[in-house]
Design a protein. Structure first.
Length: 318
């Protein structure tokens, strides 16, 4: 069984196998472009989350921006009905005014109150600033309003969900709260060199988002090419990047990684790093969840990093 990992700043533990809640927010558009992962039945989404909780998945990552709070509301309903202790992380962006003034305003506090209402809880375990500018000057930023939220018990701890690698490094160097969230997967391995040393030095948490590279690390794509629906935001991702990921994916078999076990290999790669507090694949269907639970419940063997030798560490255009 997978050992639970401790959250700095929370005095809580959870399995490193978390649950990303963007996918269960349903189809929606922002500025005329799809921003979700397709249609979802809300009742089924609640059942999926509760089944995850019943099977040892107790860390859930969401955001106020996922379908205008719908993801938070679905998660809140699932938690309320099951009455089980979990660790909840949500994300709220800074306004342009807050970025320019380098301080939290009443507007942000109202957004926190809205997330509390959506989640139907009295405390948000982890509150992340969602995609602030990578080059924001954290050294001059006034955090006292967020620190007051921690002191009052409104939030447990805070941190940054970064847009780019430079943003994650910037936040980790300045030790913004206790938590950094950024991409980490077989085809985005730069955190090992650039972020994890800072995570260790500053005793921070790291949440690995996009552990399956937007769902492209998938057995089906070893043979078939991806074809996303128009209401799936992935239909808007650059074709060059998608083709690059698929090329790397199909090269794994020549490295001795069986196609039927590629997803398990990808998860085991991430959990082999003690710096990772949780990984958060997006889960949309019960079948996806059951496969994920099966991997979670299997003991991970010693990871063979030699199989990744000479595999590109990241997409060169990013």
């Amino acid at each position: 069984m997978t050992k639970r990992r401790s959250w700095h700043g929370l005095h809580k533990q959870s399995s490193p196998f978390g649950f990303g809640c963007w996918q269960i927010s349903g189809a929606h558009d922002i500025d005329g472009k799809p921003h979700g992962w397709g249609n979802v039945d809300e009742g089924e989404a609640v059942e999926i989350i509760q089944f995850a909780m019943e099977n040892g998945i107790t860390f859930f990552d969401t955001a106020q921006g996922y379908n205008f709070g719908k993801s938070e509301r679905i998660l809140g309903r699932a938690i309320r009905d099951l009455h089980q202790e979990v660790v909840v992380c949500t994300k709220i962006p800074l306004s342009l005014s807050e970025i320019s003034r380098s301080q939290i305003t009443n507007e942000f506090i109202r957004k926190v109150e809205q997330s509390l209402d959506n989640l139907m809880c009295s405390t948000i375990d982890i509150l992340l600033l969602h995609n602030p500018p990578d080059d924001i000057d954290w050294s001059t930023f006034d955090f006292h309003r967020i620190e007051e939220l921690v002191e009052s018990g409104t939030i447990g701890t805070f941190g940054v969900s970064a847009k780019g690698l430079d943003g994650a490094i910037n936040a980790a160097k300045h030790r913004i709260g206790s938590t950094i969230e950024w991409a980490f997967n077989l085809f985005e391995r730069r955190p090992v060199e650039h972020i994890f040393p800072l995570i260790r030095k500053n005793n921070m948490n790291f949440i690995a988002r996009s552990p399956l590279s937007r769902g492209l690390i998938n057995t089906r794509y070893v043979i078939d090419n991806p074809n996303f629906d128009e209401n799936d935001f992935r239909s808007t991702l650059p074709n060059a990047w998608q083709n690059w990921v698929i090329t790397q994916l199909r090269s794994l078999e020549s490295r001795g990684i069986d196609a039927d076990h590629i997803v398990e290999y990808a998860f085991n790669f991430i959990r082999s790093y003690s710096e990772v507090t949780a990984l958060i694949p997006g889960i949309k269907t019960m079948n996806q969840l059951k496969s994920y639970i099966s991997i979670k419940n299997r003991d991970a063997r010693s990871f063979n990093y030699l199989k990744l030798k000479d595999l590109p560490k990241y997409y060169p255009e990013w």
